[in-house]
Design a protein around this ligand. Structure first.
Ligand SMILES: [Zn+2]
Ligand SMILES: [Zn+2]
Length: 326
Protein backbone atom coordinates (compact mmCIF):
# COMPACT_ATOMS: atom_id res chain seq x y z
CA UNK A 1 0.00 0.00 0.00
CA UNK A 2 1.01 3.62 -0.29
CA UNK A 3 1.72 5.40 2.99
CA UNK A 4 3.20 8.70 4.13
CA UNK A 5 5.90 7.75 6.64
CA UNK A 6 7.67 9.87 9.25
CA UNK A 7 11.15 8.38 9.64
CA UNK A 8 12.32 10.90 12.20
CA UNK A 9 10.81 14.06 13.71
CA UNK A 10 11.75 17.23 11.91
CA UNK A 11 11.86 15.54 8.50
CA UNK A 12 9.18 15.68 5.80
CA UNK A 13 6.96 12.63 5.45
CA UNK A 14 8.06 10.20 2.73
CA UNK A 15 5.69 8.51 0.30
CA UNK A 16 6.49 4.78 0.50
CA UNK A 17 5.19 1.44 -0.65
CA UNK A 18 4.83 -0.62 2.51
CA UNK A 19 3.18 -3.93 3.43
CA UNK A 20 -0.55 -3.82 4.11
CA UNK A 21 -0.77 -4.46 7.88
CA UNK A 22 -1.83 -7.91 9.01
CA UNK A 23 -4.49 -7.49 11.71
CA UNK A 24 -3.80 -9.16 15.04
CA UNK A 25 -6.38 -11.52 16.59
CA UNK A 26 -8.37 -8.60 18.06
CA UNK A 27 -7.75 -6.16 15.22
CA UNK A 28 -9.55 -5.21 12.04
CA UNK A 29 -7.97 -4.10 8.80
CA UNK A 30 -9.58 -0.84 7.66
CA UNK A 31 -9.46 0.53 4.13
CA UNK A 32 -8.86 4.24 4.73
CA UNK A 33 -11.37 6.40 2.85
CA UNK A 34 -10.16 9.61 4.45
CA UNK A 35 -7.94 10.78 7.28
CA UNK A 36 -8.13 14.21 8.85
CA UNK A 37 -5.00 16.25 9.46
CA UNK A 38 -4.87 17.33 13.10
CA UNK A 39 -2.65 19.83 14.89
CA UNK A 40 -1.39 16.92 16.97
CA UNK A 41 0.11 15.49 13.76
CA UNK A 42 2.22 18.65 13.56
CA UNK A 43 3.44 18.01 17.10
CA UNK A 44 4.32 14.41 16.15
CA UNK A 45 6.16 15.58 13.04
CA UNK A 46 7.99 18.29 14.98
CA UNK A 47 9.01 15.93 17.79
CA UNK A 48 7.15 17.93 20.45
CA UNK A 49 5.74 14.73 21.98
CA UNK A 50 7.92 12.20 23.81
CA UNK A 51 8.32 8.51 23.01
CA UNK A 52 6.80 8.46 19.53
CA UNK A 53 7.31 5.27 17.57
CA UNK A 54 9.83 5.65 14.74
CA UNK A 55 9.20 5.30 11.90
CA UNK A 56 5.48 6.05 12.17
CA UNK A 57 2.55 6.56 9.82
CA UNK A 58 0.70 9.57 11.35
CA UNK A 59 -3.03 10.24 11.27
CA UNK A 60 -5.77 9.61 13.84
CA UNK A 61 -8.98 10.93 12.28
CA UNK A 62 -9.68 7.92 10.13
CA UNK A 63 -12.89 6.89 8.42
CA UNK A 64 -13.06 3.77 6.30
CA UNK A 65 -14.45 0.29 5.90
CA UNK A 66 -13.59 -2.97 7.57
CA UNK A 67 -11.86 -5.26 5.07
CA UNK A 68 -10.99 -8.18 7.31
CA UNK A 69 -10.55 -9.08 10.94
CA UNK A 70 -8.50 -11.28 13.24
CA UNK A 71 -9.83 -14.55 14.64
CA UNK A 72 -11.25 -13.00 17.84
CA UNK A 73 -13.10 -10.15 16.15
CA UNK A 74 -16.83 -10.54 16.72
CA UNK A 75 -18.05 -7.00 17.04
CA UNK A 76 -17.53 -5.75 13.47
CA UNK A 77 -18.30 -7.12 10.04
CA UNK A 78 -16.66 -6.83 6.64
CA UNK A 79 -17.75 -3.73 4.78
CA UNK A 80 -18.86 -1.93 7.93
CA UNK A 81 -18.14 1.81 8.04
CA UNK A 82 -15.98 2.73 11.01
CA UNK A 83 -14.01 5.58 12.51
CA UNK A 84 -10.62 5.14 14.14
CA UNK A 85 -9.70 7.74 16.78
CA UNK A 86 -6.56 8.85 18.61
CA UNK A 87 -7.07 6.43 21.51
CA UNK A 88 -5.75 3.21 19.98
CA UNK A 89 -5.72 0.93 23.02
CA UNK A 90 -5.76 1.04 26.81
CA UNK A 91 -4.57 -1.49 29.39
CA UNK A 92 -7.97 -1.97 31.04
CA UNK A 93 -6.40 -2.65 34.44
CA UNK A 94 -4.70 0.54 35.68
CA UNK A 95 -6.26 2.92 38.20
CA UNK A 96 -7.58 5.22 35.45
CA UNK A 97 -9.02 2.45 33.29
CA UNK A 98 -10.87 1.05 36.31
CA UNK A 99 -12.33 4.46 37.23
CA UNK A 100 -13.87 5.53 33.90
CA UNK A 101 -10.87 7.69 33.03
CA UNK A 102 -9.26 5.55 30.35
CA UNK A 103 -8.17 8.74 28.58
CA UNK A 104 -5.46 8.89 31.27
CA UNK A 105 -4.44 5.20 31.01
CA UNK A 106 -0.94 4.45 32.29
CA UNK A 107 -0.11 2.22 29.31
CA UNK A 108 -2.02 3.63 26.35
CA UNK A 109 -1.46 3.31 22.62
CA UNK A 110 -2.26 6.23 20.35
CA UNK A 111 -3.11 6.04 16.68
CA UNK A 112 -0.61 7.80 14.46
CA UNK A 113 1.79 8.34 17.38
CA UNK A 114 2.69 5.03 18.99
CA UNK A 115 0.87 2.81 16.47
CA UNK A 116 0.54 3.40 12.75
CA UNK A 117 -2.31 5.63 11.68
CA UNK A 118 -4.28 6.73 8.68
CA UNK A 119 -1.91 8.56 6.33
CA UNK A 120 -2.08 5.38 4.26
CA UNK A 121 -4.42 3.26 2.17
CA UNK A 122 -5.02 0.79 5.02
CA UNK A 123 -4.63 0.70 8.77
CA UNK A 124 -5.09 -1.90 11.49
CA UNK A 125 -7.10 -0.99 14.59
CA UNK A 126 -8.17 -2.79 17.74
CA UNK A 127 -11.79 -3.90 17.47
CA UNK A 128 -12.79 -2.27 20.75
CA UNK A 129 -11.21 1.06 19.80
CA UNK A 130 -13.07 1.76 16.59
CA UNK A 131 -16.47 3.41 16.35
CA UNK A 132 -19.13 2.06 13.99
CA UNK A 133 -20.37 4.97 11.85
CA UNK A 134 -24.05 5.59 11.21
CA UNK A 135 -23.42 6.85 7.67
CA UNK A 136 -20.90 6.19 4.92
CA UNK A 137 -17.22 6.98 5.62
CA UNK A 138 -17.24 10.31 3.79
CA UNK A 139 -14.19 12.61 4.02
CA UNK A 140 -16.42 15.17 5.75
CA UNK A 141 -16.83 12.76 8.69
CA UNK A 142 -13.08 12.40 9.32
CA UNK A 143 -12.65 15.58 11.43
CA UNK A 144 -15.31 14.35 13.84
CA UNK A 145 -12.87 11.66 15.00
CA UNK A 146 -10.53 14.07 16.81
CA UNK A 147 -11.42 17.72 16.29
CA UNK A 148 -15.02 16.82 17.07
CA UNK A 149 -14.31 14.40 19.89
CA UNK A 150 -11.76 16.54 21.71
CA UNK A 151 -13.95 19.57 21.13
CA UNK A 152 -16.87 17.71 22.68
CA UNK A 153 -14.82 16.67 25.71
CA UNK A 154 -13.47 20.21 26.13
CA UNK A 155 -16.99 21.65 25.89
CA UNK A 156 -18.21 19.25 28.58
CA UNK A 157 -15.31 20.18 30.87
CA UNK A 158 -15.99 23.89 30.31
CA UNK A 159 -19.24 23.31 32.21
CA UNK A 160 -22.64 24.90 31.63
CA UNK A 161 -21.18 28.13 30.23
CA UNK A 162 -23.75 30.27 28.50
CA UNK A 163 -21.15 32.69 27.14
CA UNK A 164 -18.18 30.69 25.88
CA UNK A 165 -14.94 31.86 24.31
CA UNK A 166 -13.02 29.78 21.75
CA UNK A 167 -9.36 30.64 21.17
CA UNK A 168 -8.11 29.43 17.79
CA UNK A 169 -10.84 28.95 15.21
CA UNK A 170 -9.66 25.83 13.40
CA UNK A 171 -11.02 22.33 12.94
CA UNK A 172 -12.15 21.77 16.54
CA UNK A 173 -13.70 25.21 17.10
CA UNK A 174 -15.65 25.09 13.84
CA UNK A 175 -17.34 21.92 15.14
CA UNK A 176 -17.74 23.09 18.75
CA UNK A 177 -19.46 26.30 17.68
CA UNK A 178 -22.18 24.27 15.96
CA UNK A 179 -22.68 21.99 18.96
CA UNK A 180 -22.65 24.92 21.40
CA UNK A 181 -25.15 26.92 19.33
CA UNK A 182 -27.37 23.84 19.22
CA UNK A 183 -27.26 23.86 23.04
CA UNK A 184 -28.28 27.52 23.11
CA UNK A 185 -24.89 28.95 24.10
CA UNK A 186 -23.32 32.15 22.82
CA UNK A 187 -19.88 31.86 21.25
CA UNK A 188 -17.06 34.40 21.19
CA UNK A 189 -14.35 33.46 18.68
CA UNK A 190 -10.76 34.65 19.13
CA UNK A 191 -8.30 34.38 16.25
CA UNK A 192 -4.85 35.64 15.35
CA UNK A 193 -4.94 39.43 15.03
CA UNK A 194 -5.92 40.45 11.52
CA UNK A 195 -7.24 37.01 10.51
CA UNK A 196 -10.47 38.43 9.16
CA UNK A 197 -11.11 35.26 7.11
CA UNK A 198 -11.26 33.14 10.28
CA UNK A 199 -13.41 35.76 12.03
CA UNK A 200 -15.86 35.85 9.13
CA UNK A 201 -15.89 32.04 9.08
CA UNK A 202 -16.71 32.02 12.82
CA UNK A 203 -19.54 34.53 12.47
CA UNK A 204 -20.92 32.53 9.54
CA UNK A 205 -21.15 29.49 11.81
CA UNK A 206 -23.08 31.41 14.44
CA UNK A 207 -20.47 33.07 16.66
CA UNK A 208 -22.01 36.08 18.40
CA UNK A 209 -18.68 37.94 18.29
CA UNK A 210 -15.29 37.40 16.66
CA UNK A 211 -12.08 39.31 17.22
CA UNK A 212 -8.36 39.10 17.93
CA UNK A 213 -7.02 37.09 20.89
CA UNK A 214 -5.84 40.24 22.65
CA UNK A 215 -9.26 41.89 22.42
CA UNK A 216 -11.80 42.11 25.22
CA UNK A 217 -15.16 40.66 24.21
CA UNK A 218 -18.33 42.72 24.75
CA UNK A 219 -19.12 40.90 28.01
CA UNK A 220 -17.31 38.70 30.56
CA UNK A 221 -17.26 35.02 29.57
CA UNK A 222 -18.38 32.09 31.68
CA UNK A 223 -15.64 29.87 30.26
CA UNK A 224 -13.12 29.69 27.46
CA UNK A 225 -11.55 26.83 25.53
CA UNK A 226 -8.06 27.28 24.10
CA UNK A 227 -7.41 25.21 20.97
CA UNK A 228 -4.37 27.15 19.72
CA UNK A 229 -1.02 25.82 21.07
CA UNK A 230 -0.06 29.24 22.43
CA UNK A 231 0.66 29.60 26.16
CA UNK A 232 0.14 33.39 26.08
CA UNK A 233 -3.55 32.70 25.56
CA UNK A 234 -3.95 31.30 29.09
CA UNK A 235 -3.57 34.66 30.90
CA UNK A 236 -5.43 36.34 28.02
CA UNK A 237 -8.39 34.02 28.58
CA UNK A 238 -8.24 34.35 32.38
CA UNK A 239 -8.58 38.11 32.00
CA UNK A 240 -11.90 37.83 30.15
CA UNK A 241 -13.45 34.98 32.18
CA UNK A 242 -15.69 36.02 35.03
CA UNK A 243 -15.44 34.94 38.68
CA UNK A 244 -15.67 31.17 39.05
CA UNK A 245 -15.09 30.67 35.33
CA UNK A 246 -13.00 27.97 33.68
CA UNK A 247 -10.25 28.14 31.09
CA UNK A 248 -9.83 24.79 29.30
CA UNK A 249 -6.59 24.01 27.47
CA UNK A 250 -7.63 21.49 24.82
CA UNK A 251 -4.35 20.84 23.02
CA UNK A 252 -1.77 18.13 23.66
CA UNK A 253 1.09 20.62 23.51
CA UNK A 254 1.41 24.33 24.17
CA UNK A 255 4.22 26.86 24.27
CA UNK A 256 5.18 27.94 27.80
CA UNK A 257 2.59 29.87 29.75
CA UNK A 258 4.01 33.24 30.78
CA UNK A 259 3.80 34.27 34.43
CA UNK A 260 0.76 36.31 35.32
CA UNK A 261 -0.62 38.12 38.38
CA UNK A 262 -2.47 35.92 40.82
CA UNK A 263 -5.44 38.28 40.84
CA UNK A 264 -6.52 37.11 37.34
CA UNK A 265 -6.76 33.53 38.63
CA UNK A 266 -8.21 34.43 42.01
CA UNK A 267 -11.97 34.38 42.69
CA UNK A 268 -12.11 30.67 41.94
CA UNK A 269 -11.23 30.74 38.29
CA UNK A 270 -9.95 27.38 37.06
CA UNK A 271 -7.41 26.32 34.50
CA UNK A 272 -7.99 22.80 33.20
CA UNK A 273 -6.39 20.68 30.51
CA UNK A 274 -8.08 18.04 28.39
CA UNK A 275 -6.20 14.87 27.55
CA UNK A 276 -7.20 12.35 24.90
CA UNK A 277 -10.68 10.82 24.92
CA UNK A 278 -12.63 7.98 26.39
CA UNK A 279 -14.63 5.64 24.21
CA UNK A 280 -17.72 6.96 25.93
CA UNK A 281 -16.88 10.46 24.63
CA UNK A 282 -16.75 9.01 21.14
CA UNK A 283 -20.03 7.14 21.41
CA UNK A 284 -21.84 10.16 22.86
CA UNK A 285 -20.45 12.65 20.38
CA UNK A 286 -20.96 10.51 17.28
CA UNK A 287 -24.59 9.98 18.32
CA UNK A 288 -25.04 13.71 18.88
CA UNK A 289 -23.37 14.95 15.66
CA UNK A 290 -26.20 13.99 13.26
CA UNK A 291 -28.81 15.51 15.60
CA UNK A 292 -27.23 18.99 15.48
CA UNK A 293 -26.48 18.29 12.60
CA UNK A 294 -22.77 19.09 12.48
CA UNK A 295 -21.54 19.97 9.01
CA UNK A 296 -17.80 20.13 8.63
CA UNK A 297 -15.94 22.42 6.25
CA UNK A 298 -13.05 20.49 4.76
CA UNK A 299 -10.30 20.90 2.25
CA UNK A 300 -9.27 17.64 0.58
CA UNK A 301 -5.70 16.70 -0.29
CA UNK A 302 -4.39 13.57 -1.99
CA UNK A 303 -2.31 11.29 0.25
CA UNK A 304 0.97 12.34 -1.34
CA UNK A 305 0.23 15.99 -0.49
CA UNK A 306 0.32 15.33 3.28
CA UNK A 307 3.36 17.59 3.75
CA UNK A 308 1.57 20.40 1.96
CA UNK A 309 -1.54 19.90 4.10
CA UNK A 310 0.59 20.06 7.26
CA UNK A 311 2.36 23.18 6.01
CA UNK A 312 -0.93 24.91 5.30
CA UNK A 313 -2.31 23.91 8.71
CA UNK A 314 0.80 25.29 10.42
CA UNK A 315 0.46 28.56 8.52
CA UNK A 316 -3.17 28.93 9.53
CA UNK A 317 -4.26 28.67 5.91
CA UNK A 318 -6.93 25.98 6.33
CA UNK A 319 -10.54 27.05 6.77
CA UNK A 320 -12.15 24.25 8.80
CA UNK A 321 -10.23 20.98 8.51
CA UNK A 322 -7.71 19.44 6.11
CA UNK A 323 -8.48 15.86 5.07
CA UNK A 324 -6.28 13.39 3.18
CA UNK A 325 -8.10 11.19 0.70
CA UNK A 326 -5.92 8.24 -0.44
ZN1 LIG B 1 -5.03 1.71 31.73
ZN1 LIG C 1 -6.13 15.11 16.87
Amino acid sequence: MRAMVLDRPGQPLQLRDVEIPTPGPEEVLVRVRACGVCRTDLHVVDGDLPDATQPIIPGHEIVGEVVSGGERVARLTTGQAVGVPWLGHTCGTCHYCRHARENLCDAPEFTGYTRNGGYAEYTAAHQHFVFPLAGPPEPSAAPLLCAGLIGYRALRIAGPAEHLGLYGFGAAAHIVVQLARHQGRHIYAFTRAGDSAAQTFARGLGAAWAGASEETPPRPLDAAIIFAPVGDLVPAALRVVRKGGTVVCAGIHMSDIPSFPYRILWEERNIRSVANLTRQDGEEFLALAPQVPIETTIEEFPLNAANEALRRLRAGEISGAAVLVP
